[in-house]
Write a protein that binds this ligand. Structure first.
Ligand code: NAP
Length: 278
């Protein structure tokens, strides 16, 4: 009998991660005798942990905050997506070689494909935030051919850095430009941590000037309906929450480690929603 495959999510802390719930659900549903376990790994140990996967008996896993940049450096080979995004969230052993990719851009686009088909037939898109998640979102928008991406960030210099990273089609702005930019944008994506549970400050944006057909999406998924999504609904705009991004970004990793492509179902979503509401 083949040995049961073992995968992991490593972060610091890691207890909050919903990835074990997601992958555990698929392992059960697909009757795969494998495991997926949380590993709390301090930054000082991450390289040793990742370079020792063959020894620890893991086939690969997910890497989360604060290890995504360190994981990129620990890999022997990373793909073009991880290179573009500048971070690795999924690793796997290929023989003795440690490979890395980033599945957040896939998760972002797949969630919108499912919840708002045709979302990418947009003219201009506003992205709030210039952190790691923003890089994944911008990568996805560029892949889908969106040519006018307006990046708005509290710290303008970080938005400008991003413009240099991604080049043509991206413009960098401070927060004060937001109202004017929204007036002719068909898509608004929040990638800042504002609105997240436990965050004191909330994201307050006036959406009233956005075109009636505009789509508002937040990648923060706890709470599920963030203050931004509530504001979008009040203005009669279509909104999509960030939970689907989390679910869809898990698909490619599961397939790499366990050899079967899983499906994001309503049952899985309900399971994670229930856990989030505890
Ligand atoms: P990050 O690298 O720390 O970036 C945080 C961003 O939020 C920066 O642009 C920062 O602006 C901005 N920000 C923070 N506090 C702010 C405030 N008070 N006012 C204005 N802007 C503020 O974080 P990240 O890794 O990109 O993650 C961002 C969020 O995305 C987190 O909530 C994370 O949970 C979520 N996320 C969700 C998924 C998913 O699957 N749905 C995937 C990845 C991440 P400055 O540059 O000015 O500091």
């Amino acid at each position: 009998m083949a040995e049961a495959r073992r995968a992991f999510v490593c972060g610091h802390p890691v207890a909050h991660s919903r990835s074990p719930l997601i992958h555990g659900h698929w392992l059960r549903e697909l009757h795969i005798a494998g495991s997926y376990e949380p590993v709390d790994c301090p930054p000082s140990d991450i390289r040793t942990f990742l370079r020792g996967l063959a020894h620890s008996g893991h086939v690969g896993g997910n890497v989360t905050i604060p290890h995504k940049e360190a994981a990129q450096k620990a890999c022997d080979v990373i793909d073009e997506t991880a290179e573009q995004i500048g971070a690795v969230n999924t690793v796997w052993l290929d023989g003795s070689m440690l490979r890395g990719t980033n599945t957040d851009a896939h998760g972002f686009a797949a969630n919108l494909d499912e919840q708002a088909p045709g979302w990418d037939r947009t003219g201009a898109a506003v992205v709030l935030g210039a952190g790691g998640a923003a890089r994944a979102v911008i990568h996805a928008l560029k892949l889908r051919g969106i040519r006018d991406i307006r990046l708005v960030n509290r710290t303008l210099s970080r938005a400008v850095e991003m413009k240099h990273r991604f080049g043509n089609g991206l413009s960098a702005h401070g927060w004060s430009a937001l109202d004017e930019l929204l007036a002719d944008s068909q898509l608004l994506v929040n990638t800042t941590s504002l609105g997240m549970e436990g965050h004191d400050e909330i994201l307050s944006v006036d959406l009233s000037a956005m075109p009636a057909e505009a789509l508002v999406t937040d990648i923060v998924y706890s709470p599920l309906i963030t203050p931004l999504l509530k504001a979008g609904r009040r203005c009669g705009l279509k909104t999509v929450d960030g939970l689907g991004m989390l679910l869809h970004q898990a698909v490619p990793g599961f397939e790499l480690w366990f050899g079967v492509r899983p499906t994001v179902t309503a049952g899985l979503r309900a399971l994670v929603e229930k856990d989030l509401s505890r």
